[in-house]
Design a protein around this ligand. Structure first.
Ligand code: AMP
Ligand code: GLY
Length: 427
């Protein structure tokens, strides 16, 4: 069957890698894709925001399933538009994507269904928000309600910092996304990412990962879209997984059905593992980037089959199977990221890095010109390695990173440090 994959990041390249393993795949189109996806599929210059153009393309190319990678087209209603024309799509409808698109919506849902999360309040005016901050004190967390490319969250250590964040949001620092602000309790613990695959009624546990959001070693500096990740996250023990499924994922599925917006696709829970148990920090309605790069290489079942089953509302009873091996990915970013990245520099030696056993390189912000590979975005390449342990995957990934010749880029040198330390302790 023919598949259309929407997106252009490292996540989509990783999804493409998994799809081409499926015997059911005939042709893979990627819109718009990147130089990496061009090697496994056919890139097409389609604008995902132009729903009519996507529908036309699907009809012309007899697309059996559209897979939507990033959140913007989901929140923009691409799945609804396709379904209206009986085109099967993997991912939630616009109404279900509110789990990611509106933090206030998700917080209210947690309140109504008793889902463990940080205590919170919603504000649409400055004065009451400032009053709430003064009453509750720091540390405290301030969030723009809508999408803000991972930059709309301030974990304020002082009251001053919190007040400045609220003022900036109401002054329009995030446009409409900041017209409403959520203020919440600062949770303590270790973070983990939990992924479930859903078909509107049922959710199956998919995989766990831990990512590194801060730009600098030792988890310092500003937040980014993610500088690296590893999977599985051993902090999510079978007991904790059962609590996540029972206390967080299952009631969310029920809530979305009750609200007339059953959730299909990937439900990605960002969690804080606190002393009282796992608590929801936020939901995303798609695979993480770079988490997909470490989860999908471990998947032993057919991703295309699973996505079809999710879209049709008929997931199997058994949870998907994963290799016990570890995967770790290091993001190579252009200098000055997460500020305005300095693009255009040449990247050499990617092929020799890829030749290391167990290493795969996925592209994100790259472009090709005259046979040369150039940086064209903030996060540029992901170097992913498999290993018997996270330490082994880490050693392989950095061996590959060190072969890449790119003076215009940088990466963190400590991806996976928490898990490597745990492994050393266990040994
Ligand atoms: P989010 O965009 O909601 O995932 O938030 C970005 C990051 O801010 C999270 O990964 C956490 O590190 C941090 N964060 C968000 N909410 C809280 C909270 N209530 N308590 C502590 N840290 C938080
Ligand atoms: N890595 C975080 C995200 O995909 O949202």
């Amino acid at each position: 069957m023919n598949i259309l994959l929407v997106g252009s990041g490292g996540r989509e390249h990783a999804i493409a890698h998994a799809l081409v393993k499926s015997p059911r795949l005939t042709r893979l189109f990627v819109a718009p894709g990147n130089p990496g996806t061009a090697r496994v599929g056919l890139n097409v210059a389609l604008d995902a925001a132009d729903h009519d153009a996507v529908i036309r393309f699907c009809r012309e190319e007899q697309i059996a399933l559209v897979i939507v990678g990033p959140e913007q087209p989901l929140i923009g209603g691409l799945v609804d538009a396709l379904e209206a024309y009986d085109i099967l799509a993997f991912g939630p409808t616009q109404a279900a994507a509110r789990l990611e698109g509106s933090k206030g919506f998700t917080k209210d849902l947690c309140r109504d269904y008793d889902i463990p999360t940080a205590r919170y309040a919603r504000f649409s005016a400055l004065e009451p928000a400032l009053r709430y901050l003064r009453e509750n004190g720091a540390p405290i967390v301030v969030k723009a309600d809508g999408l803000a490319a991972g930059k709309g969250v301030v974990v304020a250590q002082t009251l001053d910092e919190a007040e400045q964040a609220v003022q900036a949001m109401f002054a329009g620092a995030f446009g409409q996304s900041g017209a409403e602000v959520v203020i919440e309790e600062c949770l303590e613990g270790e973070e983990a990412s939990f992924f479930a695959i859903c078909d509107g009624v049922r959710a199956l546990p998919f995989a766990t990962a831990q990512d590194h959001k801060r730009v600098g070693d030792g988890d310092t500096g500003p937040n980014t879209g993610g500088m690296g990740a590893y999977s599985p996250a051993s902090v999510v023990t079978p007991d904790i997984e059962a609590r996540i499924m029972n206390d967080i994922i299952a009631p969310t599925m029920r809530a979305m059905r009750d609200r007339g917006a059953p959730f299909k696709g990937v439900l990605y829970a960002g969690l804080m593992l606190t002393k009282e148990g796992p608590k929801l920090i936020e939901y995303n309605c798609r695979f993480g980037d770079p988490e997909a790069q470490v989860i999908l290489p471990r998947l032993e079942d057919d991703l295309l089959e699973l996505m079809l089953a999710s879209a049709r509302g008929a997931l199997p009873l058994e949870r998907p199977r994963f290799s016990p091996r570890a995967a770790l990915t290091v993001v190579l970013a252009a200098k000055n990221y997460p500020g305005t990245p300095i693009t255009g520099s040449e990247i050499r030696n990617v092929t020799s890095a890829e030749a290391i056993e167990g290493v795969t390189i996925t592209h994100a912000g790259t472009r090709e010109a005259d046979g040369r590979l150039l940086a064209a975005g903030g996060r540029v390449l992901n170097v992913t390695a498999l290993g018997e342990s996270v330490a082994e995957a880490q050693a392989r990934a950095y061996a590959a990173v060190d072969l890449i010749d790119w003076p215009g880029g940088f990466c963190r040198r400590d991806i996976g440090w928490r898990e490597v330390a745990r492994e050393q302790k266990r040994a």
